[in-house]
Write a protein that binds this ligand. Structure first.
Ligand SMILES: [Zn+2]
Length: 77
């Protein structure tokens, strides 16, 4: 018996029931400012800019996005 190998195309995207959330952390040494995860990306970015506006040298942030991804085989519904 011979094994039959075939390539199956897949797609991956954010699951319909998932939302994308963002967190941010100020990278200025000694500053512990962090932003709690939020799905409001515009508000998250604005919070970073507000922090930078209050403390002029705090301009670098580590931003992370998170979601739940769903993989689907193409050709299957
Ligand atoms: Zn800071």
């Amino acid at each position: 018996m011979r094994a039959v190998l075939k390539y199956v195309m897949h797609t991956i995207k954010t699951a319909p029931q998932s939302e994308v959330t963002m967190t941010a952390r100020c990278l200025t040494p000694g500053c512990g400012w962090t932003l709690a995860p939020t799905a409001d990306i515009d508000a998250a970015n604005e919070a970073c800019m507000t922090h930078a506006g209050r403390l002029a040298d705090h301009v670098l942030f580590a931003r992370e996005w998170s979601d739940v991804a769903s993989v689907r085989r193409l050709g299957e519904e």
